[in-house]
Design a protein. Structure first.
Length: 455
């Protein structure tokens, strides 16, 4: 039985298998070594490696190597995807304090347990007392808050919660390392929270594509322990089709490794990994696409077309359009959806580029270009739906009820029905069934098996 060293889906939990991110890791630790014991906010798209980075930072050997003595520091990881619409501030603090307990000696633990015994009294003062106590014992607490947007977008977490947390972080030996898909300030449920000074305590740490050296190191590192060696052309193909995105690279390599382990011929290996990779990757690419606003889609479309090397249409207008879209490009770069080749950009891997070209084909776009018909690139539409509305529509299209959508997105059912009304208006429909049909037809949502029955 050969164990496949490439994994995708679960975060990397073994520090020895974690590659790259040196600069980000050093930035985070240098803020923790600082006398002010400063917080960081990790920002990156889904599957770019945020949870893996949090796990890596929490590893005892890694912490020691970066100058943090293990006994003076308590690292507590919390997966905030567990939050739902019923989770309260008190419930979250209970959870975090109980996790902290596991790392405390008997005396300190007794102190925290006493506080936990009276949940009704678990206010900001009680928390300040807990951290006063830990300060006196020279204990530093680092809370690793994964998918923190589940808190900033949850209406149960009012400005008081954020003021309290900020005050604890400023006045005590408490640092926060959050992760989120976008900058936290873009992911709040109210203006009051957006404008609160809470976010000032963080430095943003962006997690993007791996650089080319780290991508190759990922392959070598994983294959090192095995008898399998990928052929040089296989390595080049994988890096082109999957790019240097850790999730897609691991996925492609996983199947290429499997093909080697099954002793397939070179041609059969090639067909095998490409087919498996495509099937695994496409839904994720579709999700990235659906979470693009119209400007992002237009720029991606232009980049995909520019890289087809198709001589049947003029590329100068596309090039102009891209040059004028500097800000959108920067945004796409942050989201790891584009890769820089010299000073030009391309979609981050070949499969994504082909996916975009397929979308354009479905829109009649490429045909129009070929016949020299003027077809504004902004016609690739999301019907003016906001990213939030697209999220709601996507879930509604899978057949979820308002209440279920509300729970998933951590919103009140009333907010969901407001979003739905606005979606109906923008799509010019007046029922869930019609909205779902439009969503699926226009590629705004995928058709889910079983969705039909519930419509
Ligand atoms: N630094 C890394 N080294 C090796 N593989 C990684 C690294 N970061 C991410 N991966 C791969 O990408 C996948 C997604 O990573 P994960 O940390 O779960 O992303 P996120 O939390 O941003 O959604 C993991 O399953 C793993 O295969
Ligand atoms: Mg994660």
């Amino acid at each position: 039985m050969i164990i496949n060293p490439f994994t995708y889906g679960n975060p990397i939990s073994d520090a020895a298998r974690f590659v790259g991110r040196e600069r980000q890791v050093e930035q985070i630790f240098s803020r923790l070594r600082n006398v002010e014991f400063e917080s960081s906010s990790i920002v990156g798209e889904r599957r770019i490696g945020k949870t893996s980075l949090l796990y890596y930072i929490a590893d005892e050997q890694v912490r020691r190597a970066h100058g943090l003595a293990p006994d003076a520091f308590i690292f507590v990881y919390a997966d905030l995807a567990l939050l739902d619409a019923t989770t309260t501030r008190t419930r979250l603090w209970q959870y975090l304090l109980r996790q902290m307990l596991l790392h405390l000696g008997e005396n300190d633990a007794a102190f925290v347990r006493a506080v936990l015994r009276e949940p009704d009294a678990l206010d900001n003062f009680a928390l300040a007392e807990v951290f006063d106590h830990l300060d006196a014992q020279n204990k530093h607490v680092v809370l690793l808050l994964d998918e923190f947007e589940n808190v900033t977008r949850n209406e149960n977490f009012t400005p008081d919660f954020f003021y309290g947390l900020r005050s604890l972080a400023i006045h005590h030996r408490l640092a926060l390392i959050t992760s989120s898909r976008r900058e936290l300030i873009e992911l709040t449920h109210s203006n009051e929270i957006r404008s609160s000074p809470f976010f000032n305590i963080f430095a943003n740490i962006n997690v993007r594509l791996l650089n080319a050296d780290d991508a190759r190191a990922l392959l070598e590192n994983a294959l090192g322990e095995t008898a399998v060696r990928f052929a040089p052309t296989e390595i080049e193909n994988v890096l082109r089709v999957a790019g240097t995105h850790p999730f897609f690279l691991q996925t492609a390599c996983h199947f290429l490794f499997q093909a080697h382990a099954e002793n397939l011929s070179a041609a059969a290996r090639d067909a095998f990994w490409r087919e498996k990779f495509r099937a695994e990757a496409l839904p994720h690419l579709g999700e990235y696409w659906r979470h693009c606003d119209e400007r992002e889609k237009s720029v991606l479309a232009a980049l995909a077309l520019l890289h087809t090397q198709d001589t049947r249409f003029a590329t100068a207008p596309l090039r102009d359009f891209v040059t004028r879209s500097e800000r959108v490009l920067a945004q796409l770069d942050k989201r790891a959806l584009v890769v820089a080749h010299g000073d030009a950009f391309a979609p981050f891997n070949e499969l994504f580029r082909n996916f975009i070209l397929d979308v354009l084909d479905d829109n009649g776009f490429v045909q129009a270009l070929e016949s020299n018909i003027h077809y504004p690139i902004t016609n690739i539409q999301s019907f003016g739906l906001s990213p939030r509305e697209l999220e709601v529509l996507e879930l509604v299209a899978t057949g979820l009820t308002d209440a279920e959508v509300a729970r998933k997105l951590v919103l009140s059912p009333r907010t969901v029905s407001t979003h739905l009304q606005s979606i109906y208006n923008k799509l010019g429909v007046n029922s869930r069934a019609a909205a779902t049909r439009v969503a699926v037809e226009k590629g705004l949502a995928a058709r889910e098996p079983g969705a039909q029955g519930k419509m």
